[in-house]
Write a protein that binds this ligand. Sequence first.
Ligand code: GDP
Length: 444
Amino acid sequence: MAFEGLADRLQSTLSKIKGKGKVTEADVKTMMREVRLALLEADVNFKVVKDFIANVKERAVGQEVLKSLTPGQQVIKVVNEELTKLMGGEQSKIAVAKKPPTVVMMVGLQGAGKTTTTGKLANHLRKSYNRKPLLVAADIYRPAAIKQLETLGTQLDMPVFSLGDQVSPVEIAKQAIEKAKEEHHDYVLIDTAGRLHIDESLMGELQQVKDAVNPDEILLVVDAMTGQDAVNVAESFNEQLDITGVVLTKLDGDTRGGAALSVKAVTNTPVKFAGMGEKLDALEPFHPDRMASRILGMGDVLTLIEKAQTTVDEEKARELEKKMRTADITFDDFLDQLSQVRNMGPLDELLGMMPGANKMKGLKNVQVDEKQIGHIEAIVRSMTKAEKENPSILNASRRKRIAKGSGTSIQEVNRLIKQFDEMKKMMKQMSGMTAKGKKKGKLK
Ligand code: GDP
């Protein structure tokens, strides 16, 4: 997970003073030395670290902390607030034009994830705001970029505007906007040309597109894994194009986090979105306060709830809850549950959002074996309807057939059935307990 090293170090440093009833100026100084090192090691820009430490120190040795009843916790609060401020404070949302369509220019170097992010953003706009975006393929230089965007459009079932690679990006962008107006699209997402490095011809061309379409938003896509390079790229693009926001991709990888913490402070441009994976739903609005909480191990419950709300079918969840209470669960319910959780994203990432999860032994570095989950799905899908509803009929020959049909082994089938039985038993006990509890209540 991103920020892991930084999170570990900050948390262990801060935990030393957490419960302290008295914190001295010297304590703060020692601690700030460690925080400083942790940030530098996470590849945060040198100057940004210097200012950050100065701000925290000033507040921490002031009245606000040393005179408070819980100084240890106050210091943590200050660090949390300053981290939030560093990343931009409030969440910066994507622009909305007064008169649609809102024109968004997607810019960035090759390989940063620009084309993928264009698809993800379109998906996000539709899913979260019910918008109707038009995707525009204006990256005429990278081989296959047009095709890639078209494929994304097909996957999303969204139109992609393209004029091939022989027409200039300016012309493509202009015509796309006309088309968007005719067809009542409220967002136009232009996937512009990238290059391997920043050069004059790239900037010149982007400037021309900008002049021609007067975009409401210029989003720069940078790869968080490249650390300070990402920040330098952002600085250059900003100088030349006046970008309005940054998308940090690959925050699902083990980036040390330096880019996320420095971009806003160095370029004065907010990070608006974070890419959390290769899939089309792996884009999250960037919330500085939630990110700070994640880094400090306080969890990010709000994002977790939002994910659950957009991916879990409420009707199904209610039904399942009823079934669990009566221990009336079938293998189909089990499969449903599994796929809903999987839709929320990689499990280790979800764990990272739970408060304190990184401190629990056993959960640390948990590697969820996607292959094994695939096997479980295959096994359940190889069962007949009767078997799924009434696992007690699963005798040896049926188990053998299922193992064969799912391409797994009898041991795996046996293990799953056993686990399922145990789960049911546990549910029965739990519902028995609540029933008893209720009865007792009545006797009183
Ligand atoms: P472009 O050249 O900037 O248009 O880059 P692409 O959109 O083709 O992306 C380059 C590679 O990065 C692809 O393999 C993407 O799947 C991958 N990628 C993009 N965003 C993310 C992300 O947020 N996380 C991960 N893990 N991979 C990403």
